[in-house]
Write a protein that binds this ligand. Structure first.
Ligand code: DOR
Ligand code: ZN
Length: 346
């Protein structure tokens, strides 16, 4: 069997939710990943250091004792965020990043930021502490076509922010366009981007193949095939400024299969198998570890995980379940719609 062993991956953008959903999805990340950066868009959001401490406890209570998994906490940035509290959270080691949601851009973002001038003091705190600002990079202006929202955000918000805070570490999350790739390639190394598993696999046609397919709906929305191809090229290139953040975002099936379905794709159980396949297709399996386990750690200033993960390639396609469930709650797992011969074996 063909095998590959890599330092245990990290997921630099993950939605774990809380309550039953947390208990349902967490083991699927904790199995394959050493650490994950946990998104704060709960209801209510994780805004203060004290919120992050409680949420951290809830996650740790849900982690199996024999799992070696560490959640890294983020704060949800609002116009009323207290920069002093952010500084305290950083000093305590609990706050690893702050997440900027433009208000209305995505799931549970209504407490996000409308007037970007109101967050300058917090950005100054992040900059002087070398703590990253993670950005959901889409404008919310209803006049802007949904497929252009990332590109507009880069021009209108991100480029000026980088100019005003040239030292600030920024991660442009879940990039979907060639424009985002170019922005990162043409800025210094304090600007990086995460790339999801699903954006390496689907283009915008997937949402409409044979009917409306809510399980391929996420934000930022998948773009044209040419953009997907550029994402695959840069993810598999070994460039350290592009690393894995799955944006694995579970929603109950009923919330997805609805007249107004939620954005979010749950990839955690199949993320590593799909990535191995994508990297092998590009003849770039030797770059998989850089993307999943080394570059993000370097950007966040931590050493790679000391443990390892081994993936093996079967001669026949591996079967993965279509969903996972706990009590009444069922969550659909991302289907890449191609055969997966890789699986995590150790
Ligand atoms: O598709 C998405 N789902 N995009 C986001 O930005 C949020 C996420 C969620 O929380 O469900
Ligand atoms: Zn997300």
């Amino acid at each position: 069997m063909k095998k590959i062993t890599i330092h245990k991956p990290d997921d630099w953008h993950l939605h774990l939710r809380d309550g039953d959903l947390l208990k349902l999805v967490l083991p699927h990340t904790a199995k394959d990943f050493g650490r994950a950066l946990i998104m704060p868009n709960l209801t209510p959001p994780v805004i203060t250091t004290s919120d992050a401490e409680s949420y951290h406890r809830e996650i740790m209570d849900a982690v199996d004792r024999d799992m070696d998994f560490q959640p890294f906490m983020t704060l949800y940035l609002t116009e009323d965020t207290d920069p002093g509290d952010v500084e305290d959270g950083i000093a305590k080691g609990i706050v690893k990043a702050v997440k900027l949601y433009p208000a209305g851009a995505t799931t549970n973002s209504s407490s996000g930021v409308r007037d970007f001038s109101k967050i300058n003091e917090t950005l100054a705190v992040l900059s002087s502490n070398s703590v990253p600002l993670c950005v959901h990079g889409e404008v919310v202006d209803g006049h802007v076509d949904i497929y252009d929202r990332e590109t507009e955000f880069i021009e209108r918000v991100l480029a000026p922010m980088h100019k005003d805070f040239p030292e600030l570490k920024i991660v442009l999350e879940h990039i979907t366009t060639q424009d985002a790739i170019d922005f990162v390639l043409n800025t210094p190394d304090n600007i990086a981007a995460t790339i999801t598993v699903h954006h390496l696999v689907i283009n915008r046609n997937h949402m409409f193949k044979g009917g409306i397919r809510p399980h391929y709906y996420c934000l930022p929305i998948a773009k044209r095939e040419t953009h997907r191809q550029h994402l695959v090229k840069v993810a598999t290139s070994g460039n350290a400024n592009f690393f894995l953040g799955t944006d694995s975002a579970p929603h109950a099936i009923a919330a997805k299969e609805s007249a107004c379905g939620c954005a979010g794709i749950f990839t955690a159980p199949v993320a590593m198998a799909i990535l191995a396949q994508v990297f092998e297709n590009e003849d770039a399996l030797d770059k998989l570890e850089v993307f999943t386990s080394l570059s993000g750690a370097k950007f966040y200033g931590v050493t790679p995980n000391p443990s390892f993960l081994t993936l093996g390639k079967e001669s026949t396609p591996v079967e993965f379940p279509a969903s996972i469930a706990r009590n009444e709650l069922e969550v659909s797992i991302f289907d890449p719609e191609f055969d997966l011969n890789w699986k995590v074996i150790d």
